[in-house]
Design a protein around this ligand. Sequence first.
Ligand SMILES: Cc1cc2nc3c(=O)[nH]c(=O)nc-3n(C[C@H](O)[C@H](O)[C@H](O)COP(=O)(O)O)c2cc1C
Length: 330
Amino acid sequence: MLTLGSLELTSNLLLSPIAGYCDLAFRLVVRPLGGLGLACTDLVNPRGVLRRTGASMALVRTESDDKPLCVQFYGANPAEMIDAARYCRDHGADVIDINMGCPVAKICTRGGGAAMLSDPANAVRLVEAVVQAVDLPVTAKLRLGLDDSTIVAPQLAADLERAGVAAVTVHGRTAADRFGGKVRLDGIARVVGAVRSIPVIGNGDVRSPADVKRMIDATGCAGVMIGRAALSDPWIFRDSHTYLTTGSLPPPPTVCERLDLIVRHFEQLRRLKNERVACAIMRQRFSWYAARLQPPPGWRHQMRGVRSANEFYQLMREYPASEKGDRNAG
Ligand SMILES: Cc1cc2nc3c(=O)[nH]c(=O)nc-3n(C[C@H](O)[C@H](O)[C@H](O)COP(=O)(O)O)c2cc1C
C-alpha cells in the first residue's frame, strides 16, 4: 500500500483538506465507510495553535476514531511551525503537511500557500527545519507552479525529497489556474518522474473510481487525494478502493443509506458544536449531499432552511417513502 515514512496506510486514497469542510465531524462520518487511507485537517495557522485560539483549536481537534490524521499548516515561520507541529504530535497528529498551493491572498501575503512556489529554496529550508525537528512524517502539498511560465513542482519535489519529506501531493494546476480548466495529468507525471523514491500523491478533479484509476495510470502516482467529490459522495473512497483492488464496483448506497449518513453528520456536528451551528452547517452541506441524493425539490428547499434539530428530524421522517424504496442513489 502507501507508506509515509514509517506510517503504513491501509489504502492509497486520501481526503483533501477543504477549508471549512473537512472538519472532525465530517472525517468521523467518512472514515467508517471504508477505503480512506489518510484524512487531513483544513489548513491551520501554526501561530493560532501556539496561541490556542478557538478557531485553531477547533481545526486541530481530533479523537481516537479520527486516525490516521494529517494536520496541515501554512505559513513561512519555521520556529512557529515546529512548535505547533510538536503540539499536534502530542495531541493526535500522525503526519504534518505543509501547504504550498493555496492561492488565497490572505494566505499568500503571509508568505505561505502558493507564495512558497515563488521562492522554492526558502520553501525547502522551511521543510528541512520541520523534518529535522519533528519526529513525524512531514509532507508537502503543492500546485504545479505560480503560473505556466513558472512550473516549479518537479524540481521542488526533488529538492523536498532530499530535505526529507515523506511524500508530496500535487494538485495538477497552477495557482493562476485557481480551479479553472482541466487538471493536468502530464504535470503530475513530471513530478512523479522527478523524485527518486518518495510517493507522489495526485490530486485534482477526481470524481469517480474510474477517475482515480485514470490518474494513477496516466501519471504513475502512488496515491490519489480526493476533495470536492467526497463532499457529495463520501463513499468514493470505499468504491475506488474496491475498484482498484478487485476491478469491480460495490452496489451504490441506497437512498436510506445516504439519508442515514446525513443524520450521522448532523449528530456529530451537534455533539461537537451545538444545535444552532449544526443546523447552519447542514443548510450549507446539504447542497453537496443533494447532488447525489437528488431529493424532491420541496423537501430540498425545506432542508436548506432548517433551523432546529426537531425540524431536521421531522424532515428526515417526511422524506417521501416512494423515493426511498430500493432505489440506489447515484
Ligand atoms: C473551498 C475549498 C477549500 C480548500 N481548502 C484547502 C486547504 O485548506 N488546504 C489545501 O491544501 N487545499 C485546499 N483546497 C484544495 C483542495 O485540497 C484540492 O487540492 C482541490 O480542491 C482539488 O481537488 P478536488 O478536485 O478533488 O477537489 C481547497 C479547495 C476548495 C474548493
